[in-house]
Design a binder for this molecule. Structure first.
Ligand code: NAD
Ligand code: WQD
Length: 341
């Protein structure tokens, strides 16, 4: 039987590569497009080793409408798109706002134009808990008001969400969209053949932790311990990347089944909040590694605490994460070890 073809933009990236694996294993035929601006072709070797097949890949920029048209034409029967491709570094977006608006908003507009031309009507969009800013109440539900973004990166996610809601509301619209608001994705595939490949000094907590344990960094600096949280350090909802990838499979199926409204929003997290210190302790427990860390000043712009209410994603989308924090961190460590072998 022919597999249903799903275009995966940014499919060579951290979350995209895991989603490609889960899509294929669920019976879909993923087709990757990526410009490798923040990934390497080696990630695709890992995908092939896991699946035992080569996944079709087109090296193009999603801002390039002509190139997208050529992919849609060549592939023929695409039924849906998962749009991961975007620039994602919050700090860099403050230095290069125009590039971020161009890449993140521009690529969505280009994609929507070509999807409409080719009659492709199902889209899963990578949004982020960053749209909630500093929330007034915890946990955050999908109805928690969004706040003014504190970075151009965050603003691009809000703008893309607005664009997709406007498209859905237009008369005669046939596009069906699911906005997935990811919390903090961590860890790697159990095979350790794919994972996160941060360039340079990691900005995110987990790669910094694993690089410190591996001796690449001298010590982790915890960004402040005087927040209004039980141990004074920031609280986040760390969701395993394979669980997150599986949420995309469920979302794609829902769009193809035409269940639900034309645009729907779901939090994708665990529903658990863990502090930075809890993450450090869980990492030590899960890996037997002692982590060298110190307490530094708060990081400007940090949200003190945020975690997801996952009731809607469990009850409506039918998705629930299953991986514990310890197992997620153990997978991140296994991946780190595979990088130095
Ligand atoms: P990533 O950088 O690892 O993957 C993005 C991929 O898209 C990369 O392979 C990159 O080369 C590609 N890409 C970027 N711009 C492109 C373009 N114009 N054309 C073609 N390819 C392009 O990032 P990720 O962590 O896998 O994130 C995937 C998506 O999820 C992004 O939209 C990101 O904003 C969103 N997100 C990520 C996180 C997170 O913490 N990782 C959290 C919330 C939301
Ligand atoms: C987690 C916690 C840090 C590094 C970012 C983006 C957000 C979303 C997810 C895309 C914080 C602390 C970190 C370190 C530390 N991405 N930390 N020492 O900031 O929650 O979210 O990724 O949409 O938009 O902002 O993730 O991993 O950077 O930080 O103490 O060396 O770890 O202060 O409390 P964050 P993170």
């Amino acid at each position: 039987m022919d597999r249903t073809k799903i275009l995966v933009t940014g499919g060579a990236g951290y979350i995209g590569s895991h989603a490609v694996v889960e899509l294929y294993e669920a019976g879909f035929q993923p087709v990757i497009v990526d410009n490798f601006s923040n990934s390497q072709e080696s990630a695709l070797r890992g995908v092939e080793e896991i699946l035992g097949v080569k996944v079709p890949m087109h090296r193009i920029d999603c801002n390039d409408v002509e190139a997208l048209r050529a992919v849609f034409a060549e592939e023929g029967s695409l039924r849906g798109v998962i749009h991961f491709a975007a620039s994602k570094a919050v700090g860099e977006s403050l230095q290069k706002p125009l590039e971020y608006y161009q890449n993140n908003v521009g690529s969505l507009l280009a994609l929507l134009e070509v999807m409409r031309e080719f009659g492709v009507e199902a889209l899963v969009f990578s949004s982020s808990c960053t749209v909630y800013g500093i929330p007034d109440q915890l946990p955050v539900t999908e109805l928690t008001p969004t706040k003014k973004a504190n970075s151009p990166y965050g603003a691009t996610k809000q703008m893309c969400e607005d664009i997709l809601r406007d498209v859905a509301a237009a008369p005669g619209n046939t596009l069906r969209t699911i906005l997935l608001r990811y919390f903090n994705p961590i860890g790697a595939h159990i095979s350790a053949k794919i994972g996160e490949l941060p360039l340079g000094v990691p900005q995110n907590l987990i790669p910094y932790v694993t690089q410190t344990a591996a001796g690449i960094r001298e010590q982790l600096t915890i960004n402040g311990n005087t927040y209004d949280t039980p141990d004074g350090t920031n609280i986040r909802d760390y969701v395993h990347v394979v669980d997150l990838a599986k949420a995309h499979v469920v979302a794609v199926q829902r769009l193809l089944d035409k269940t639900g409204d034309t645009v729907e929003t779901f939090n994708v997290g665990t529903g658990r909040g863990n502090s930075v210190l809890e993450v450090v302790q869980a990492f030590e427990r899960a890996t037997g590694q002692k982590l060298n860390y110190t307490i530094g000043p708060p990081r400007p712009g940090d949200v003190p605490a945020i975690y997801a209410d996952v009731t809607k994603s469990v009850e409506v989308l039918g998705f629930q994460s299953t991986t514990s924090l310890e197992d997620s961190l153990a997978s991140a460590w296994k991946w780190q070890l595979s990088l130095v072998e």
